[in-house]
Design a protein around this ligand. Structure first.
Ligand SMILES: [Mn+2]
Length: 433
């Protein structure tokens, strides 16, 4: 008997897509409803592919609901699955830990009359006899779950296909909070056939060649530039000897991409537009059905460095017009970042004299003085704690990276070249913003 199981995680239902809806030309309705539409796509995929079971490994919700519409959207999805005879098992993660959620709605029950959510007190096993599958899992009670939950999971049941459903940061994954930490070896030693994980929003498989797949399917819908590319779920196919294979299926509505444009060969902003056009055309071909949100980063050494930094609004407008012309109404520009630098020879000029030469000397001495850099970093670190959450170092796009010495050096170099530019009589480009 071949069975199909859909594994998803981190749906974050109704989580806002950042940076987008604030601009009037953004496709607001598509953006607001993106996570709900992605969940509807999941239901449709499950029914179309006739899967035997759906498992969701935590963070179904983004946190407490603003109103009951969020909960209702899930009731609707669950009801459609149940009506199609497809059972669904869900655990709570750190974002929707039971103690954190103040509202709830009564959910439909599974076709076998079992509850959709797994309990919080201790791990439990749900046996789906008709398809020969056992699901072992536990919901988060507290958001900051510091216990190793996996080691308490029950032993596998012989002859069934055993799935471990777990929301975890796995140990050693430095970019994420270490909720319910455990090691890869602990998961392998459990003897399950498949680990259905959630929490890390980037799709990845931590399994070894001879062990079970240990899979993060990624989130259902990217929410910002830190979550780029296609997002969706995996469908596991299990054969009659409980061997399995799985495949990714995209479910997202809007897709994020970072476009890096090396503009060192461009003598003006209009010359950058064909470079952008080329990249946009290939993204559109590779993603034929999605709405695309792109961030553009201008890089490379260029004499235009200062003028680009001073006329970001103008540069943005030029890039946006290219997105309009090339984008087939599917490309939306999130942000343009100028990350260019002045050509090397221009910063080490030897024909400086007077105050310019003094400035050059001061700058050089700063660059060579590690202690000064450390003092500066320490001073600036105090500001870090006072920043609003969306600008802090832990956000996906930190405004200041004081602890990153390379970043500090770039800022210093920028400041020096800006000063030199102004002292040499440089002026703001007129009327372009
Ligand atoms: Mn999550």
């Amino acid at each position: 008997m071949t069975r199909k199981i859909l594994h998803a995680a981190d749906i974050h239902l109704d989580s806002p897509l950042r940076q987008l809806s604030q601009f009037e030309d953004a496709p607001v309705d598509d953006i607001r409803g993106a996570s709900r539409k992605a969940l509807q796509n999941l239901v449709k995929l499950a029914i179309d592919c006739k899967v035997d079971l759906v498992v969701i490994a935590g963070d179904l919700y983004d946190g407490d609901w603003n109103d009951y519409h969020t909960g209702m959207a899930f009731v609707k999805a669950a009801n459609q699955l149940v009506a199609a005879g497809i059972p669904m098992l869900v655990i709570c993660g750190n974002h929707d830990a039971q103690s954190k959620m103040t509202s709830s709605l009564t959910l439909p029950k599974n076709p076998d009359d079992s509850e959709i959510f797994l309990r919080t007190k201790k791990p439990e096993t749900r046996v789906l006899e008709s398809i020969g599958v056992a699901v072992h899992g536990q919901s988060f009670h507290l958001q900051h779950e510091t216990q190793n939950m996996a080691i308490e999971y029950p032993d596998p049941i012989p002859d069934l296909f055993n799935i471990g459903l777990l929301h975890t940061g796995l140990e050693g994954d430095s970019g994420h909070a270490h909720y319910a930490p455990c090691t890869r070896n602990q998961l392998i030693e459990k003897g399950y056939d498949y680990w259905a994980l959630g929490h890390i929003h980037q799709r990845q498989d931590h399994g070894t060649a001879d062990g079970p797949p240990i899979v993060y399917p990624g989130n259902l819908q990217g929410r910002h530039i830190g979550e780029p590319g296609a997002k969706g779920c995996v469908i596991i196919e299990v054969d009659d000897r409980n061997r399995c294979d799985y495949q990714f299926h995209a479910l997202d509505v809007l897709r994020w991409f970072l476009i890096e444009l090396d503009v060192s060969g461009c003598a003006s902003v209009p010359e950058m537009k064909p470079l952008l056009g080329e990249q946009l055309r290939s993204l559109l071909v590779e993603n034929p059905e999605s709405l695309l949100a792109v961030r553009i980063e201008l890089t490379g050494q260029t004499e235009l460095h200062e003028s680009l930094r001073r006329s970001v609004a103008h540069v943005r407008a030029e890039m946006q017009s290219t997105c309009l012309i090339e984008g087939q109404e599917r490309v939306w520009l999130e942000k343009v970042k100028v990350k260019t630098s002045r050509p090397k020879q221009a910063t080490g000029r030897s024909d400086f004299s007077g105050p310019l030469l003094s400035l050059q000397h001061v700058a050089d001495s700063w660059r060579q003085d590690d202690t000064l850099m450390q003092i500066l970093q320490k001073e600036l670190a105090a500001i870090e704690g006072k920043l609003p959450k969306e600008l802090a170092a832990t956000s996906d796009d930190p405004a200041f990276r004081f602890s990153d010495s390379q970043w500090c050096e770039e800022i210093l170099n920028d400041a020096i070249s800006e000063l030199q530019f102004l002292l040499l009589g440089g002026s703001q480009p007129g009327g372009q913003a």
